[in-house]
Design a protein around this ligand. Structure first.
Ligand SMILES: *Cc1c(COP(=O)(O)O)cnc(C)c1O
Length: 379
């Protein structure tokens, strides 16, 4: 039997936890009702299950269920938040950062074409963004601040509570893309303080195509993207994705229960991986030191053609260059370039991200594969 490659690209997406799939299955065939059907038991059952799942998702981030809007994923949540705010204040100024995910950056490019003014803050060589720089960029017409919780390529964690305090002091809505942080490290909307927060099920062992937008209050500040039926408090029309929502809820419950153990376990494995690479390969550099997510390592490998290297290892190892989204358009990572790496250096970087099903043996084998392949380069 052909062995499957070791999967170390959990930041791109995670497999569904089998317990999540089990929870979802009855909602395809048996409890298939439309959660908006008010006149029969099929609808009532779905609605009740959605209510339970909404609570599970809310509890993972310390929110109340009425603050959770279900969407198709973090990309949609971000679009809803940014376009929803911009539509209410045409021509406004929005502050974000050069290292954000494309879901934020591309939405901002679109809003710029629609007349908004966008400031993208710079980061230092560790990927850190200073709260002082945020405060200095605020203008009288700033209508939104969008800064991520943790970076998908490097794992660098931003000081979200400090950003939120600044936003609050200036009365500017603050959207936090917490897609990589939720479920991996403790995230709490009360102590972290964002007004809006986007996250996604498929990064936390739930299904693809379901996500959420947390909205603290003042829903009237947002215009919906989708009209028709006024589901989700009028902010996201369309029949609810009941199986997806149930899976998201189960995934959230499991993450909450296992978070502190997993955080510790994955941090240790990541440190072992980095120690193995640093110890055996002169020239390895870890990108994004400082406060980081426990499960990800962005490493610059001493190899002239990393694309070819990963291809040659693809039967054994699944890691990625940069983010999955950026890879579709084959450009050097905008995140690493913002951190001061040259195009050539950025092209040598590999993101290795661990997860729930990663074992110590897999990490050792992965390090060995990389070390061997780099020590004996393919011509
Ligand atoms: C994966 C990811 C997204 C996009 O999430 P989808 O649910 O796939 O739309 C947005 N931001 C970050 C930081 C991510 O890692």
């Amino acid at each position: 039997m052909k062995a499957t490659p070791i999967y170390l690209d959990y930041n791109a997406t995670t497999p569904c936890d089998p317990r999540v799939v089990e929870a979802m299955l009855p909602y395809f065939t048996q409890h298939f009702g439309n959660a908006a059907s008010a006149d029969h038991v099929y609808g009532w059952q779905s609605r009740e299950a959605v209510t339970d799942a909404r609570l599970q998702v809310a509890e993972l981030i310390g929110a109340s269920p009425k603050q959770i809007i279900f969407t198709s994923g973090a990309t949609e949540s971000i679009n809803l938040a940014l376009k929803g705010l911009a539509e209410n204040s045409p021509g406004g100024h929005i502050i974000s950062c050069q290292t954000e995910h494309k879901a934020v950056l591309d939405t901002l490019t679109y809003l710029e074409m629609r007349g908004c003014d966008v400031t993208l803050l710079e980061v230092d060589t560790d990927g850190a963004l200073s709260p002082a720089a945020l405060e200095a960029a605020i203008r009288p017409n700033t209508i939104a601040i969008a800064l991520m919780y943790a970076n998908n390529e490097t794992g660098v964690i931003h000081p979200v509570p400090e950003f939120a305090a600044i936003a609050r002091r200036h009365d500017i809505p603050f959207l936090c893309d917490a897609t990589q942080a939720v479920g991996k490290i403790p995230v709490n909307v009360t102590s972290d303080g964002p007004d809006l927060m986007a996250f996604s099920a498929h990064k936390i062992y739930g299904p693809k195509g379901i996500g959420a937008l947390y909205i603290r209050s003042k829903r009237q500040l947002l215009q919906p993207l989708l009209h028709g039926g006024a589901h989700e408090g009028g902010l996201r029309s369309g029949t609810l994705n009941t199986p997806g929502i149930i899976g998201f809820g189960k995934a959230a419950e499991l993450c909450q229960a296992e978070l502190s153990d997993e955080q510790q376990r994955l941090g240790m494995l990541r440190d072992q991986l980095e120690a193995a690479l640093l110890g055996q390969l002169p020239g390895v550099v870890i990108n994004g030191k400082g406060s980081r997510l426990p499960q990800v390592s962005n490493v610059l490998l001493p190899h002239p053609d990393v694309e070819h290297l990963l291809l040659s290892l693809s039967a054994h190892l699944a890691v990625s260059r940069g983010s999955a989204c950026a890879n579709l358009v084959q450009q050097p990572s905008h995140v690493l370039k913002a951190m001061g790496l040259s195009v050539e250096q950025a092209a040598q970087a590999v993101r290795i991200s661990l997860g729930r099903f990663t074992t110590a043996t897999e990490v050792q084998q992965a390090a060995q594969r990389l070390v061997q392949a780099i020590a004996t380069p393919v011509v």
